[in-house]
Design a protein around this ligand. Structure first.
Ligand SMILES: [Zn+2]
Length: 410
């Protein structure tokens, strides 16, 4: 295998995955206007259904535009040896391999983020705005961006610097140290994400005393679940779309409800949503996902360690001075089909877990309020109720609304 062939393999991977993605999108879009199945007739009234069809079509066209832009940009960047250009710029500032790598990734990431910002701006302030979802101000939008960059620089930069340092100190064995580092970091983030990261972007307040809290406590008691950390997050600061999630474990476990969720659902429906989240915890999905992601990371790092020393990786990208960071980029591009497959497997598990959590809610509380809450949430986010099965198989982490209702009514 020479560098030229490897370069063409990378191009083929990018082109094929783009084509497959567009075929799936098109298949899905063909079913946007299907008539709704009997069980879902009451989700939308005529006006809302028209609006949802309009929303889907708008997002589809916009997605086509942005993904084509990114696709052409990536191909152009590779074709004109963009990585070599950026690598040379980074090398004018330092001879230290870690600093060169940090500058290199900094330029690539911030550069691509700036190029795609007009699209995300348009998506938020034109599309989401037009359909009544957007609550973000321009100030919050840009503050989020800057905070995201700073977090990336500190956390991403720190981890990258340590991994390169391990590589230089231990050679091929670096993957074991890198794995330990990333695993500890993952566990730490799982425990403290809500405490450390979320407050940078949102306000969280404990759910106030009252009938809702009493109903939640009464339910938690029936399943022997200690649920004293219930927080309400100001999701309405950015969007009207609603959500609820579980995070942490042990003494750090907590449930976070979007204020939009509390606004949209009645008490019984909220308890049903919580019962679903408790189901995830009780059926050990949280622990499973954590260990699966740690194992996957180990697997990926191990494969990386087999190839990273090969100079051909850097040469394939047209870079004259081989280095860990260029090898990492080439590896990332070549590894994409494998991570596509592992992502698909994780989605399979995730959909199975959603059924289990729904079953848990049905068996320990009630199925009917969960059904009505899912319908309300679908309506309020103008969800696509008739997705194509192939699209669901590839992209959905949750079963479709129809599938979940059928399962809850079983
Ligand atoms: Zn779930």
């Amino acid at each position: 295998m020479d560098a030229k062939n490897l370069f063409y393999i990378i191009l083929i991977i990018i082109i094929l995955s783009f084509i497959i993605d567009k075929i799936l999108d098109a298949l899905n879009a063909k079913h946007y206007n299907d008539s709704l199945p009997e069980e879902l007739q009451d989700v939308y009234d005529d006006v809302a259904y028209k609006k949802s069809q309009n929303y889907k079509a708008t997002k589809y066209k916009f997605g086509l535009l942005t993904s084509t832009f990114s696709f052409i940009l990536t191909l152009g960047f590779l074709w004109f040896s963009g990585f070599e250009v950026v690598d040379n710029i980074a090398r004018t500032y330092s001879e230290n391999s870690i600093i060169v790598a940090l500058i290199f990734f900094g330029v690539i990431m911030i550069g691509s983020d700036i190029l795609t910002t007009p699209f995300s701006y348009y998506s938020t302030f034109v599309i989401e705005e037009k359909f009544g979802f957007n609550k973000t101000t321009v100030k919050t939008f840009f503050l989020d961006k800057i905070k995201g960059w700073l977090m990336m620089a500190i956390i991403g930069g720190g981890i990258l610097a340590l991994i390169i340092w391990f590589y230089e100190a231990t050679g091929q064995h670096f993957w074991l140290y890198a794995w330990a580092l990333v695993s500890v970091f993952t566990l730490f983030m799982n425990m403290f994400y809500s405490k450390l990261i979320v407050p940078l972007f949102n306000k969280q307040t404990p759910l106030e005393e009252g009938t809702l809290r009493d109903k939640i406590s009464a339910y938690a008691k029936t399943v022997g679940f200690k649920l004293d950390k219930i927080f309400v997050i100001d999701g309405s600061k950015r969007s009207t779309k609603a959500n609820a999630y579980f995070s942490g474990f042990g003494s750090e476990k907590r449930v976070t409800l979007y204020d939009t969720l509390i606004h949209d659902l009645d008490d019984e429906e909220i308890v049903a949503v919580l019962a679903h989240e408790v189901g995830h915890y009780k059926r050990k999905h949280i622990i499973f996902n954590l260990f699966a992601s740690i194992l996957l990371t180990g697997f990926t790092l191990f494969i990386l360690s087999l190839f990273i020393s090969n100079l051909i990786l850097s040469q394939a990208l047209g870079v004259t001075t081989p280095s860990f960071h260029i090898g990492l980029i080439a590896f990332g591009l070549l590894y994409a089909p494998i991570s596509e497959i592992t992502g698909l497997i994780m989605n399979l598990f995730s959909r199975k877990f959603e059924y289990q959590a729904d079953d848990y809610a049905k068996n320990t509380y009630k199925g009917e309020p969960l059904i009505t809450s899912l319908k309300k949430l679908s309506k309020n986010s103008l969800s696509n109720l008739t997705p194509h099965p192939a699209y669901v198989f590839m992209h959905y982490s949750h079963p479709t609304l129809l599938e979940r209702i059928m399962n809850l009514r079983k």
